[in-house]
Write a protein of this length. Structure first.
Length: 100
């Protein structure tokens, strides 16, 4: 037996189809997000975790000004920033040793 939907529903019919969304406190929202993240992370393999961490860190650092990036890198290793700058600014065409 098929019953067609009422093309002119009453308020009570509409009310019965309304989904009630609970409002959450900031603490409950944090807990919900934390639980969801734990479920997602638990389902990831090592490579997926590595890729996600790399993308998240890249996005984070991309939103910083260069002085803040330098400070973050210096907190990790005080000599690393200069080495990385050398790596990204190196021009092999100007290196005499590259002709050998």
């Amino acid at each position: 037996m098929n019953i067609k939907a009422n093309p002119n529903p009453t308020n009570s019919e509409m009310d019965s189809k309304t989904i009630i969304k609970p409002s959450l406190t900031p603490s409950q929202k944090y807990d919900l997000i934390s639980q969801y993240c734990q479920i997602v992370v638990d389902g990831m393999d090592y490579k997926s975790l590595e890729q996600y961490a790399h993308e998240s860190m890249t996005d984070y650092f991309d939103n910083l000004i260069l002085d803040e990036v330098k400070e973050e890198i210096d907190n990790f290793d005080e000599d690393l920033y200069d080495e990385l700058v050398d790596n990204v600014t190196y021009d092999a065409t100007k290196d005499a040793a590259s002709y050998t």
